[in-house]
Design a protein around this ligand. Structure first.
Ligand code: GDP
Length: 466
């Protein structure tokens, strides 16, 4: 595959909509587009005369047939998304019409783009680094505003900028140490070593702080997988509805109505939650409910956070005690909600403590009816995401994927190894080997030191037309 091949794809989602866009990129993009688009009016005779970034009104044509009315925009290299010539054809947004326009483009010299190929070309041409390219997908897939903010921070290059600056400093330190190696008759002087030591420590601290934000970044990007559990009728569906502020789960007075677990996306205090509403852990002979119970158990295992609900207006039942004991045995991160606080209380925090025995669990007196405890629930969730401190200004400067976190961890290990070599008086060669490894590793984030296979792997996850 050569990069100059001209590619085409439908860039808008399938289905019906106001407009549908077919995007063509590559050396022949404008030539291909001019064969299937005829400008109306007298200003220009063909798209090849169109000015960059100027909309041209006309018709999509197949020989003598008019397929659709459309607007074409030409973006000439290198000032385009891919840095190649691009032409975007905006036609009516229907599955058949966009497919017809695409197949015309394919008949006239383009080939179908692979997933993520436009963005991959933007990466290969140096317009975006790998971290920025990945963030394009995160922007498209962002489920909450905070996820979008993190992705925007990546796309703007602020995160990559930090990584590039760390790499630059590592190179500087290597050069400094190597300069002393060139004079083997002198012992490497203590001043040079001291400088290297403090420079490496500073870089490692920076990486440490990026790494410590990775937990937050990942949650803001992917959402915190949260399971709401509790026996039937404690108010799980009501809580979910309360969080979603719309009637999704069916709320009834009959125990055990929420049979299947559903996953919903909600945002609490800016934190995206992927909430699994489980059917409640319950021993039952009902076949459908048994499946629900199985799902509940599995999700407790998978969940990063469990919201355990109890009905505070009633004494603890055997079922409640079973659920609490199971959570205790599994050592899960749990927020306990004592729901229905608007009714006369039959149980309080002490009853829970007597079973779970944890030193200071989060117990929130709550009511889905009056919203009592909402603020405390938000605080309990924020504590888990930001570790107590609210991070706002620098939200873009955080690792947001496990891949990035893993790279930072490996780079930090190499830097620590370099520091150990200094401490134990090893020769400069040993120190620079580890520094080089750290430099190489960090380059995997920006894509400067990754192989084609990893690049392919990353772009395969993109959607068509992106
Ligand atoms: P689930 O089976 O755990 O999902 O429980 P539901 O959400 O279906 O709620 C069961 C019943 O409890 C419904 O009649 C709700 O209206 C009621 N309920 C839920 N939350 C509260 C609350 O905070 N106060 C009171 N008084 N009733 C509630």
């Amino acid at each position: 595959m050569t990069q100059s091949e001209t590619i085409a794809a439908i860039a808008t989602p399938p289905g019906e909509g106001g407009i549908g866009i077919v995007r063509i990129s590559g050396e022949d993009a404008i030539h291909t587009a001019s064969k299937i688009f005829r400008p109306r009016g007298k200003k220009i005779g063909s798209l090849s005369e169109a000015e960059s970034y100027h909309a041209v009104y006309g018709d999509i044509i197949d020989g003598a047939d008019v397929i659709d009315e459309a607007i074409a925009i030409v973006m000439r290299a290198p000032r385009s998304y891919t840095r190649e010539d691009i032409c975007e054809l905006q036609c009516h947004g229907g599955a058949v019409v966009t497919r017809a326009v695409l197949s015309l483009a394919l008949k006239n010299g383009a080939r179908l783009a692979e997933r993520g190929e436009f963005t991959k070309r933007a990466f290969l041409s140096g317009r975006l680094d790998l971290s920025q390219a990945q963030s394009v997908m995160d922007i498209v897939g962002a489920k909450t505003e905070s996820a979008l903010r993190v992705a925007q921070g990546h796309l703007s290059g602020r995160f990559s900028g930090e990584i590039k600056s760390c790499r630059q400093k590592i190179l500087g330190t290597i050069a400094h140490l190597e300069a002393t190696i060139d004079f083997p008759e002198d012992d490497i002087d203590d001043v040079a070593l001291d400088e290297a030591r403090s420079s490496i420590s500073r870089i490692n601290e920076k990486i440490g702080s990026l790494l410590s934000s990775a937990h937050t970044g990942r949650i803001l990007r992917d959402g915190l997988l949260t399971a709401i559990i509790g026996r039937p009728n404690v108010g799980k569906s009501s809580l979910l509805n309360h969080m979603l502020r719309e009637e999704r789960a069916i709320v009834t007075d009959v125990p055990g109505t929420t049979r299947d677990s559903i996953e919903e996306h909600a945002e609490i205090a800016g934190v995206p939650l992927r909430i699994i509403d489980t059917a409640g852990i319950r021993e039952t002979s009902d076949a459908v409910e048994k499946i629900g119970v199985k799902i509940a158990e599995r999700y407790i295992d998978d969940a990063e956070l469990v919201i355990a609900m109890l009905d505070s207006s009633q004494p603890l039942t055997d079922e409640d005690i079973k659920i609490l004991s199971r959570l205790k045995a599994q050592n899960k991160d749990v927020i306990y909600l004592l729901n229905k606080s608007d009714l006369a209380p039959a149980i309080g925090e002490n009853e829970i403590l007597s079973i779970i025995g944890a030193p200071s669990p989060d117990v929130v007196i709550f009511s889905t009816r009056t919203s009592q405890g909402e603020k405390e629930l938000e605080d309990a969730i924020l504590k888990r995401v930001y570790g107590g401190k609210k991070m706002e200004a620098d939200e873009g400067i955080m690792a947001s994927t496990e891949r990035e976190a893993d790279i930072l961890r490996r780079a930090s290990m190499s830097l620590r190894a370099a520091l150990d070599s200094i401490e134990s008086g090893m020769s400069e060669d040993f120190i620079t080997i580890d520094l080089r490894a750290a430099w190489e590793t960090l380059g995997e984030i920006t894509g400067e030191t990754v192989g084609d296979d990893i690049v392919d792997e990353i772009f395969k996850k993109f959607c068509l037309g992106k």
